[in-house]
Design a protein around this ligand. Sequence first.
Ligand SMILES: [Fe+2]
Length: 345
Amino acid sequence: MRKGLFLFPSIAALCVTACAGINHEPKDYVLQMQKEFTDFRILQLTDTHIGDKDNAKLHYDFMDLTIESAKKAAEDAGGKLDLIVVTGDVFTFASKGTAKEFFKWLDGHNIPWTLTFGNHDEQCFFSIDWLTGVLNKYGSNCLFKDLQDDNIQGNSNFAINVVDKATNTLFEQLIVMDSNRYNYKGYFGYDYFHQDQIDWYEQLVKYTATTNGNVVVPSLMFYHIPLPEVRDAWAAAQEDHSLIMNPTGEGIAEAQQNEEPCNPDYNSGFYQKIKELNSTHGMFFGHDHINNYVINYDGIHFGYGIKATDRVYADDSLLGGRVIVLHNDHSLTYEDYYHTYAEVK
Ligand SMILES: [Fe+2]
């Protein structure tokens, strides 16, 4: 985690070593979990936006519908729900107690879970640093690791290695990254992945390959704000609906019920690096609440999550979550689950 510094030059010179952050090894950012069944199933929830003034129980009951749907489908398929990922904007105007209640609720499902931060998670009665510290120490079913003394932009840059239980070999790497919040410098708008994050990603992918007989390990990424290329993906899918990979996506495309992506104005070149390294084959994000499509764009799946609550703004007919099914051959299919608040009111 690195932040901007506004110090007098003399002070800056004195603390240059301490303030620059520590260079950690790629392995220091890696957590591990097991793949027990043929398919590895990840439930993506996004943009929960839980705040102090909400009827939190109502939202938890509502999200429980989605979690139960995902669990049942996994068991019916002879597997289990392996992981829940919340892709940012978890909180808005929330206090520390509200955040801890959310984590307690999520952890209570006894399913491994992780999350990344969105642009609204700092608009709360706590700092992102506090939130990061809580998650770093959470334990239990939480898989989160941000090195708070490092020199990498953002507060949730880490990876989860999925190891095949039967063979004890690395199957897939799940890369969680912080797409940051707002940019106030070159322009006013959403921030982007900074160069030190892109360098971190490259080092991670290359290091992971060295642990795998110099063979690149397939990876999936989870973050909040879509890359600028999501616009190109959407344009391609408008021309060719067969590029839409999730079962309810094509209906959305035909109905044109989507919103213009609010991606960063600045393209920091991350997508080119991702293509060059040839590891990541799926990227899953949130941010634009109405969009719910997954598009196969030149071999990489660009996936908007399904909004998990009705907070802030939403299409009330498009609430729930998506299970990303990662098959044994690393192909991806999707199960979209929708629910309505009428089911819990
Ligand atoms: Fe949001």
